[in-house]
Design a protein. Sequence first.
Length: 241
Amino acid sequence: MSTRYQELWTDAPLTDIIPAYIYKQYQDDENILAFADGINSLSQGYLDWFNQTPMGVYTNSNVAGALLDWVGNNLYGLFRPTISTSSITSSGELGTNTLGTHTIGTLTVTNSGTAQVANDDIYKRLMTWYLYRGDGMQMSVEWVRRRVARFIYGAYGADIDVGLITNVGIALPTDSTTLGSTNSFAVNTQAVNTSVPITITQSHALVITVPNIAMGNTFQTLFNGNYLPLPFQVNFKVVLV
């Protein structure tokens, strides 16, 4: 078997096309030969592009722009996010304003903030958030920290040095609630029916602390917009430090 056809039976992709050829009786026609050379050159260009642009590897630099949208949407079902800090407030409905401060029968709607479609870098980081499996499937503090650090420091969805994880923290907050308790003193130490404040500490959500940098702000915005989900059994909030 020739080397050419042995290559067809290997797992490696073809690097050269099987060229078009001209029958012997037409090989003295320069126009026909030029036509075949043009077809072969064009076909080789397509083959080179496909070899250099693996569709499933979204972190490849050649997968960008509209092609990245096609890969994200059709291969992975992940759409390019919109980074939005916009909010809408309205006043005029019954009970939304102090009496006498708003003209009766009018409604005011105020839009504030900005919204923009994420660039390729952020889009690829989001895809890695969903698709990376190297951390395993069991959630832990380190599991969350790795994912967050990978989003913040992994340019274009790439993996990161493990040392960068130390820049992300997770803490359990405590919220204190003061309640009044009647007759809470020891016997004969205070007047009857007096009360003492009791402080009850309650934990509500794990706090993810991230660096106050551009990508940290982007992470907070996307997380608050529910673009970056974490296990629903635990509540999280993101704080910039």
